[in-house]
Ligand binder design. Structure first.
Ligand code: UD1
Length: 345
């Protein structure tokens, strides 16, 4: 049992991870500037776990406030760093905002860690670092490809910042870098889930919002890819499975089980599904139609990617358990819950 700082802890993946940390007996401090999340998420977390986590409304870019926060919350043993901007299209429009937010946050944390005697950090990275891999499923050793967006670049540079910092000070830090594939779904209680601001960029919120009638029609970006049905293929993973990997990563560092000061794990299921397969399966498990039409490819999209999760399976002792059917059901239950709460008005 340890005290863990979760930056971005009211966000989508962050909130699910907070619950899993609490379920494993850890004490959580959340910091979040609520730029893309809502304070009410704390109620959802408390309903599930029975514990309201400590919360500080702080921007990780603000070094002085972060320093004070570490003074206030003594004895933090590890940090899980989710807080970041993640909209690919927006990052193309506002590159400096993305570089500042995503990189200065990380630099602040790495600077403050030794001052406050914290050695362990988990970093949220993305399969976007592989670009379109030459071989599938993609392993952690696959080459890093030039980033297709400033967002993607912040993940690549973030990984490098961690590597260089630890190379210079191997006695002060260790890190586990987690490369997420496509997290979807919501907690089985439907008390927490994804809360996109405005028009969703990602596939699943668009599917559920179309199914519930908030959006007229889903656009399927491309049907002429070199895939079985022509639509693009991704490795969709249940967000609760993903959250559980963070608990294992933190505990691995705390129990000194790491093999290197920096370790990298893919977090995916190992199964690729196309956009059309997602739509069809969603319709099958919910009985609700999703009106869609095929449009042009989306700029910057890759054709297909899915994970080789074998290293995470054997070394981290982590496996993605949930079926895609259950995952899509949970996404729908969450959308219905939002409607019931009047969050769609
Ligand atoms: C993108 C980023 C990824 C980032 C993630 C977080 C790229 C290549 N990937 O993932 O790095 O971590 O967002 O936000 O930039 N689709 C539709 N219609 C829609 C929405 C999506 O057909 O309305 C398709 C996309 O073309 C894609 C799939 O659904 O094939 C998944 O899209 P999305 O959920 O946006 O995730 P990625 O693009 O894979």
């Amino acid at each position: 049992m340890a005290k863990i700082l979760v930056t971005g802890g009211t966000g989508y993946i962050g909130s699910h991870t907070v619950v899993e940390l609490q379920n494993s007996g850890h004490e959580v401090v959340i910091i979040d500037n609520l730029s893309n999340s809502n304070i009410e998420v704390l109620n959802g977390i408390e309903k599930i776990s029975g514990i309201r986590p400590a919360f500080e409304n702080i921007d990780c870019v603000d070094y002085v406030s972060m320093d004070k926060m570490f003074e206030k919350h003594q004895n933090i043993k590890a940090i899980i760093h989710f807080a970041a901007s993640k909209a690919v299209g927006e990052s193309v429009q506002k590159p400096l905002a993305y570089y500042r937010n995503n990189l200065v946050s990380l630099i602040n944390l790495l600077q403050l860690m030794p001052i406050h005697h914290i050695e362990n950090i988990v970093f949220s990275s993305s399969c976007t670092v592989y670009g379109q891999p030459d071989q599938l499923p993609v392993t952690e050793n696959a080459p890093i490809k030039p980033a297709l967006s400033p967002y993607g670049n912040t993940k690549q540079i973030g990984e490098e910042i961690i590597r260089d910092t630890i190379h210079a000070n191997p006695n002060h830090y260790q890190s586990i870098i987690l490369r997420y594939f496509n997290p979807i779904g919501a907690h089985p209680t439907a008390e927490i889930g994804e809360l996109p601001n405005g028009i969703p960029n990602n596939l699943l919120p668009f599917v559920t919002q179309t199914a519930i009638g908030l959006r007229k029609q889903l656009q399927v970006f491309g049907n002429n890819y070199n895939t079985p049905d022509g639509s693009a293929v991704r490795d969709y993973i249940h967000v609760v499975d993903l959250a559980k990997a963070h608990v294992l990563a933190v505990e691995r560092m705390l129990m000194n089980k790491t093999k290197n000061t920096v370790e990298i794990f893919n977090l995916g299921t190992g199964r690729g599904l196309s956009v059309l397969e997602i739509i069809n399966t969603f319709e099958k498990v919910t009985g609700v139609k999703v009106p869609y039409r095929i449009v042009d490819r989306r700029e910057g999209d890759i054709e297909k990617v899915w994970a080789e999760p074998g290293y995470a399976n054997s070394e981290l002792g982590w496996v993605a358990h949930e079926t895609v059917e259950e995952t899509l059901r949970s996404a729908w239950a969450w959308e219905l819950k939002l409607a019931e709460k009047g969050k769609h008005e």
